[in-house]
Design a protein around this ligand. Structure first.
Ligand SMILES: [Zn+2]
Length: 293
């Protein structure tokens, strides 16, 4: 499942390739699960529009489109298996392609999604809630309900740019385990299971600790760890962006060398104590019982 660094890498890669381009034709697959705005509205909003920018908000890719005096945003959530590709027209369409935006220079932006947990919608449109199953559906619905007049800002705060004061204000009142609070997309958006575990390890905080009981120093360490680990992963991804934006995008995502995530029973890289795995908020959670207090 693409996490924030992968989505950032893809958005930046697609932006570099298509900003300024004009969309001349739109094809959609007719799969209701994928489209949270009517496909006819998406086609009408996109056809003839110029792509101003492609950016990431949380784990959502936001394409800002401009036409005459109005601008619209197209939101793309990759779900578990979604890919956003910039293809030459002669490349055959991959199976499970759900949208093709043809550009004036004949290149195509293609959205491919075998498992169909991905979502496409217009921001500021009359998006319908179809209650489709899958991870992040709740987040998705929240983000639709939270729709404001442009620009799209997502359901929560941005982990890479939130101030320390805002970060503390967000987590200090929470009486849930800090790991659960980190996964709550209406607080910080974009942090998934891997980066929650890795950030808590780097901050030496046990995932089960109640957020409200963390000291200011601990919350400060946690914010620093989150920014560091996400930025590091984004840097790793930047060098191989063409692997998943061009061609067929089938290559795997880069992976940060995990320190705790999925290292159950292996020695902690700091103290050699075996990494422990528990289930917390329904998710597998990995930590060092000695380093994380
Ligand atoms: Zn340790």
């Amino acid at each position: 499942m693409p996490e924030l660094p992968e989505v950032e890498t893809i958005a930046a890669g697609v932006h570099a390739r298509v900003h300024g381009a004009r969309i001349v034709r739109v094809w959609t697959s007719g799969k209701p699960q994928t489209f949270k705005s009517p496909e006819s509205e998406i086609a009408a909003a996109l056809t003839g529009a110029r792509i101003d920018s492609v950016r990431r908000v949380g784990k959502t890719i936001v394409i800002t489109l401009h036409r005459e005096k109005s601008s619209t945003e197209l939101l793309i959530h990759l779900g578990m298996t979604g890919r956003l590709l910039v293809s030459a027209p002669e490349l055959p369409l991959a199976p499970h392609t759900h949208a093709v935006l043809t550009l004036a220079d004949s290149r195509e932006i293609r959205f491919v999604d075998p498992r169909r947990f991905g979502r496409i919608s217009l921001h500021n449109s009359t998006a319908t809630k179809l209650g489709a199953p899958g991870l992040d559906t709740e987040t998705w619905d929240q983000s639709l309900q939270a729709s404001q007049p442009t620009p799209y800002s997502g359901p929560g705060s941005e982990p890479l740019t939130i101030s320390l004061a805002d970060f503390i204000a967000l987590f200090h009142p929470r009486r849930t385990p800090i790991k659960a609070a980190l996964l709550n997309q209406s607080l910080l958006h974009g942090i998934g299971n891997i980066y929650a575990d890795e950030s808590l390890f780097r901050a030496s905080i046990r995932p089960t600790r109640q957020a409200a009981r963390l000291t200011r120093a601990e919350l400060t360490r946690l914010r620093t760890a989150i920014v560091k680990v996400l930025r590091h992963a984004i840097r790793l991804g930047g060098s191989s962006v063409s692997d998943y934006v061009d061609a067929d995008g089938a290559r795997g995502f880069f992976q940060l060398r995990h320190r705790v995530y999925q290292r159950t029973g292996q020695p902690c890289l700091v103290c050699a104590t075996p990494i422990r795995r528990i289930t917390l908020a329904g998710r597998s959670t990995h930590f060092c019982p000695r380093c994380q207090k």
